[in-house]
Design a protein around this ligand. Sequence first.
Ligand SMILES: [Zn+2]
Length: 414
Amino acid sequence: MLNLLMQSDFKNNASNTDLKKFRQQSFIIEYLYRNGQASNPELAKLVNMSSPTINKLIVELVELEIVQELGQGASIGGRRPNLYGINPNAKYIISIDIDCRMIKMGVFNLQNVAVSDIITYFDNIKNKKQVFEEIFNRLDSLLAHLNYKTSQFLGIGISLPGLIEAKTGKTYSDLLIDDLSLEEVFRNRYHLPVFTGNDSRVMALGEQAFGAARNKKDVLCINICDGIGMGIIVNGKIYEGKSGFAGELGHINVVDDGILCTCGKKGCLETVASGTAIIQQAKDGIASGKQSIISELVNDNLEDIHVSTIIEALGNGDVFAIDLISQAGAYLGKGIAGLIHIFNPETVIIGGKVSEAKHFLLDPIQQSMNKYSIHRIKQDTEIITSSLEGKVKLLGNVAMVMNTLFEQEREFFT
Ligand SMILES: [Zn+2]
């Protein structure tokens, strides 16, 4: 929130008294952003200050239009206290969710609500140069429509599949454009701070801030898309591993001497339970004579089979589609059984496109876990699908931008 409060020459010119004041105001802003609202006595208690002093700080923030008055709260004896909240439109965040096949983008305010249309379209990130030109075109027109000044934006959050070094945002998924990193390309074009995150980890951030992982300490978020990734929340924090690559669940071995995986190894979970694997199994099955409504849904053009086709077939009670998802679920259950023995999580959230199969996927996962896990540990863990569905990564990007900025500010002040 350096960006909320301060101008760029702040660091050189601020006196110690100013620094102390800004630190307290920064704390107030973060508290209001995360908790929605608070009264002045509550805030005074939080920063350990007298009511008149905190009032002065709040009045300043109201004048800066960062904080707004929300009327009066209930009396706890004596005068009714004033309530304050963040001004939702003080600043905005741009969020871009790059998936293997689908790209989404939108602009969110400080109440984490979209203030623009959410743009969703299909593209294939393998054609990287065109993909980014298309993203720029669409984002430019989205921003032109909103007509906000650059200074009204806090930053851009981008989620994408593949290995991303958490600390540097450096990507390893062949996404360099003209020798520049993704972050550099966006920063040069929009003159804003840019933060990138691995899609599964961003999913976990979204669930943690706004979804089923809220107020929970130990949660695994499994993202089943073209590949299979995992965001890990341990003791309330996202676990990244030494280089930020933790959670490559798709590459644990589940089949002895199985199919060759994109990683070069054989029998990885991804080769039997990812969206890519399920689509391939559907194509192979139908080509070898399996009867299924899937053929009808794609007019016998097997190249048109997507995960959404298989999910549509499930809805029609198609036995072949049910078998495909059951088999994937059985392998996933085996993998998850291993995980819960290690992590003992409170909740496992299954997200990503394949999770739209809902109970068709969850039931075989549960059955397989009954087979492969110790009952006492499994009992502790609920397994659910994401409640945020298609919006989880867009919201996760907002959380990523806000968490990083608040963190940077805390570091600056200590
Ligand atoms: Zn692999």
